[in-house]
Design a protein around this ligand. Sequence first.
Ligand SMILES: *Cc1c(COP(=O)(O)O)cnc(C)c1O
Length: 347
Amino acid sequence: MIEFEPPLRLQLDSNALASNWQTLARLSGTAATGAAVKADGYGLGAREVVQRLRDTGCRDFFVAHWSEAAAIADLVPAGSISVLNGIIAAEISLIRQLGAIPVLNTPQQIQLWKAAGGGPCHVMLDSGINRLGIGPKQVNAVLFEGLDIDILMSHLASADEDSAQNAAQLATFVDIARNVRAKRRSFANSAGIMLGTNYQFDLTRPGLSIYGGIARAEMQSLIKPVVSIQSRVLQVRHLDKGDTIGYNATYVCSTPIMVATVAVGYADGYLRGFSNKGTVTFDGRDMPVIGRVSMDLITIEVPKAVQLVEGDWVDIAYDLVSASRQSGLSQYELLTLLGDRACRCWR
Ligand SMILES: *Cc1c(COP(=O)(O)O)cnc(C)c1O
């Protein structure tokens, strides 16, 4: 196949990724630090992420699907991948072949695992998110009998906020965990790490902040951006007062302006929430996105002082905190939506 260079580049910073993980490891105190690499490493590319974090010292990797575990299994030692979404009977023999560790979420899954011969497993307790895991009412004296539990874990619902739910979930987790035998206990995601030592147990499980996300404001100065986006200018044109831009003419020129059309759109994860809100920079100058974001294109206003020509590369402003505010998307969405027709250029 003839290979073309895409007009859209995600620049991914290996040093920032490693440094963020090390920072989270430091913030985790005496707890070990793992990494959530589900959703293709939060959109950055799970294989690239796992290799870098493995080389930085990470030993525990969390994915959601078994297919995600299979896609990285050759990169890390057996037993270092955990699969959060649990197990189903139809896949049990494949699961046992792969050697990744299941997170058992229900009494049914516990029975299934025991019936299949058992072996190391993790257990998710639901301490109040009411999503996956065994809730306080389902716990009984015999449920965990005979299980070889490595990580006993639970997941916070509101760790990014100063919510009373955090302490309540902690109390619930501690209360149930007291009576369950397991090698390790794990509770905190990125934001949870910042809630203090009580929340850290033996192993933390950050995701977002490894990839540059600011899970809580206290992290702003500690976490480095990993992703930056560059795109090519496809056309520059002059518009007159009264001309309109893009689908449904949501922008009307109030004066004559220069505009440029740039090769990024909602198919790349730059969703329509950036319409008339996003920013592009060139030579340190900000240029607003005007009109609606379309599938493959955006339009920006080019100030008089900026000399922009066809073929120039511009930076799509993608600071996760401000881009989240502009677009109404969460920082998680901003990362995981990034489309795969952009090149992922690691440096
Ligand atoms: C995704 C996930 C994490 C990581 O959460 P972040 O908020 O991205 O740090 C940790 N634990 C579980 C169970 C998860 O699903």
